[in-house]
Design a protein around this ligand. Structure first.
Ligand code: HEC
Length: 307
């Protein structure tokens, strides 16, 4: 063999070995397939990011959530919100809940997928229960956060510039390797986080509330300790709220956010936060704000399944 042919042969052999190895690995194990996808963005698998360093873009995108459980894992698992509308680059927090309906501790792992597939590489997760094997105690229920942003490059790539809705789907499977799994109870005991609450405020509240001025709703900077319906410059309080006699505290805010119309019939705030952990994070954030402080970062809406 002359030198050139030997080189060609070498390249061919290398390609054959790589192809064979990849096919073998992919066929061999679902976990390896998942790793392969996570590394390449292949098949609509999303990317993991260390932090949201992307610039914020004005362009909105709607992210829908869906969740499934393999038939041989007796868990109930679902998203706590049907969809969120966020700006490209906006760091966003959403919740999923899982409940182990069996009498024994069980370990599962989640696979995830994004449609349309071509958007997968632009969907970046900072925090997710889908990175590890997860153990859930018998009859235990937890709410698990997913922290993500959609890379603004989605809007400039000609392939994806038409994408205005992305669907994120998870499926939980029983784990083949339960040793070394993390315990999902870490989410059940998590203390309220003002930082997470700020993200939730940006997604759920900032469309109607600023901290320092009237929008559709009254300003909320320093709301804890304030009498309900008492911002003199806000023109459109309902009589129900203005005459309620409520003083905003962590407890009264929690009841209000869980269902304003239920808490106070005749009041006019058209949304609720059904997720307890999310309410506590938002209240921790509000507790950290002051009257007249700067406006929160972004405007978007979030819709939750009605109870
Ligand atoms: C679609 C618009 C909208 C969204 C979204 C919204 N609110 Fe409101 N909010 C209102 C309106 C309107 C009022 C006044 C209600 C009334 O007078 O009955 C209000 C009132 C309030 C009040 C009472 C303020 C006061 O001065 O007494 C609080 C507290 C509050 N909202 C918190 C929140 C939080 C926290 C969120 C996000 C989780 C949120 N709101 C999301 C529209 C909204």
């Amino acid at each position: 063999m002359n030198r050139r042919r030997r080189n060609n042969f070498g390249v061919l052999a290398l390609v054959a070995v790589m192809l064979g190895t990849m096919t073998g690995l992919v066929a061999y194990s679902e976990t390896l397939y998942r790793l392969f996808c996570a590394a390449t963005g292949y098949g609509g698998t999303t990317q993991r990011a260390a932090a949201d360093t992307a610039a914020l873009s004005a362009r909105p995108v709607t992210v829908r959530f869906s969740a499934d459980v393999a038939p041989n894992l007796p868990w109930r698992f679902g998203p706590e919100q049907r969809e969120v509308t966020v700006h490209l680059g906006q760091d966003t927090l959403v919740f999923f809940s899982a409940e182990n309906r069996s009498d024994r501790d069980l370990t599962g792992h989640a696979t995830f997928n994004v449609t349309p597939n071509k958007a997968g590489v632009y969907f970046k997760k900072i925090q997710c229960f889908c990175f590890t094997e997860e153990r859930l105690g018998a009859h235990q229920r937890v709410e698990m956060p997913v922290d993500f942003f959609v890379d603004p490059a989605l809007g400039t790539d000609p392939e994806t510039s038409d994408v205005d809705t992305i669907t994120l789907s998870y499926t939980f499977f029983p784990s083949a390797r339960p040793e070394g799994a993390q315990d999902l109870a870490r989410f059940a005991d998590a203390a309220p986080s003002a930082e997470d609450g700020g993200k939730l405020f940006a997604t759920n509240c900032a469309g109607c509330h600023a901290l320092d001025r009237n929008l559709i709703g009254p300003p909320l900077g320093g709301v804890i300790g304030r009498r309900a319906g008492s911002v003199a410059t806000y023109p459109s309080y309902s009589p129900a709220l203005a005459r309620s006699g409520i003083v905003w505290s962590k407890e009264t805010l929690d009841r209000w956010l869980a269902g304003p119309q239920h808490d106070l019939p005749g009041s006019l705030m058209p949304m609720a936060i059904s997720d307890l952990a999310a309410r506590h994070d938002i209240i921790a954030y509000l507790a950290s704000t002051r009257t007249g402080a700067a406006a929160p970062p972004a405007v978007a809406q979030q819709s939750r399944p009605q109870p």
